[in-house]
Design a protein around this ligand. Structure first.
Ligand SMILES: [Zn+2]
Length: 393
């Protein structure tokens, strides 16, 4: 429904709220004899003259705050916030909170809503102090914890974010472990030069989410920096048990480690066995091509990939094959190479499993839906060729 139409419905809400409030208090207010407040007609007049903003001001004033009209006030303020008119929403919520007649739960709700207004307006410090105030109540609303978590995430204040997430976990255990693990990974990244501290944070990450791939990758990085390739390899190979879709992220590090240990044959053997377990891992197939080239030369790599492309066609595979090959046709080969590189460039390699956000770089925190650990690497297959061509033309 059009927002303007919603606004036109508000005077009706105002009127019904006002009437119900009147009937409720009519015994106490015998002095007021008029059935309708003339202000109501003034508001209607503004509406009829297409001055909705002025009309709304009148209706807000009209809508007396009491236990029966609180919901209408909250709905009205919500509507303003959604329209981006945060100032108005703040005014209504402050007006509500100032009323002594509100019940404690109503006041808490109004405080949460006011905090959300501040969040919307980007005044995070005000929102923070408001939500912190709510935490001092005997039974703080869950929203207060959740909004504080959002604030600390935005401020990248990971220790505070962890504290809030742990509190939420006691109320809502689902999914919080994964998020807490990501926060510990953020801390480990910040402290990656203080190795012991970083290891401690990664241990925590693993404690909260045993399948945290990011913690494994970071731990491998620390081992590589400490020239301990064997330990790094152990971490990286473990990712297959955690979630094999993320192995692509580990392959370059694995190559570095096996090269430093001068043990490419072991890597080759592992890649071969990996491909029997997960035949669709294009990234592993390309890595195996690279390892074959390093060990047995370009011709062997070409032969391997050429054979593989028949059973598992992929744009990246084709691109790699052309890059490996001698340009047998000086016109055709650069052309095909251009096409394949364009397709690879335009293809989004990472997709959020939750909101569908896709991009070319790995994000552990989805920029779309702000969830943690929902983005996965996606393989580009020939089947996606048409869409890729459309998006690049
Ligand atoms: Zn997302």
């Amino acid at each position: 429904m059009n927002v303007e139409w919603l606004l036109l419905l508000l005077p009706i809400a105002a009127l019904s709220g006002w009437i119900s409030a009147r009937s409720h208090y009519k015994h106490q207010r015998d002095s007021q004899k008029n059935a309708f407040n003339p202000e109501y007609f003034k508001g209607l007049n503004f509406l009829l003259n297409e001055q909705p903003d002025k009309a709304i001001d009148v209706f807000i004033k009209l809508l007396e705050v009491n236990s029966e009209t609180v919901e209408t006030h909250l709905a009205l303020a919500n509507l303003f916030r959604r329209r981006g008119e945060t100032d108005r929403a703040i005014r209504i919520h402050q007006n509500l909170i100032a009323r002594p007649t509100l019940t404690p739960p109503q006041r808490d709700q109004a405080l949460v809503e006011l905090g959300l207004d501040y969040m919307n307006a980007g005044v995070l410090d005000r929102a923070e102090s408001l939500f912190l105030e709510l935490l001092t109540k005997p039974s703080p609303p869950l929203q207060a914890y959740k909004q504080l978590l959002r604030i600390y995430e935005q401020e990248k204040d990971w220790p505070q974010a962890i504290e809030m997430a742990k509190k939420i976990q006691t109320i809502e255990p689902d999914e919080m472990g994964q998020i807490i693990a990501q926060f510990y990974c953020e801390l480990a990244t910040q402290h990656r030069h203080a190795t012991n501290k970083a290891f401690m944070f990664l241990k925590q990450a693993n404690h909260y989410d045993a399948n945290c791939v990011r913690a494994m990758l970071l731990e491998a990085d620390l081992h590589i920096a400490a020239k301990n390739c064997r330990k790094a390899i152990k971490c990286l190979l473990h990712i297959e048990q955690q979630n094999h879709h993320y192995l692509e992220e580990a392959l370059p590090q694995l190559l570095t480690c096996y090269q430093q240990l001068n043990n490419l044959p072991s890597f080759e053997k592992w890649l071969n066995s990996l491909l029997t377990r997960h035949p669709n891992l294009t990234s592993a197939r390309l890595m195996l091509t690279q390892v074959t080239q390093l060990q047995h030369g370009s011709q062997a790599a070409q032969n391997y990939l050429h054979k593989q492309l028949h059973s598992h066609p992929s744009v990246e595979g084709l691109h790699a094959l052309i890059s490996l090959g001698e340009p047998s046709n000086p016109v055709l080969v650069p052309l095909i190479r251009d096409i394949t590189s364009t397709m690879i460039r335009h293809g989004d390699r990472y997709t959020c499993q939750h909101c569908g956000f896709s991009g070319k770089t790995m994000h552990w925190h989805c920029p779309g839906c702000k969830r943690w650990g929902t983005i996965k690497p996606t393989e580009i297959h020939v089947s996606a060729l048409e869409t890729l061509l459309e998006s690049s033309s």
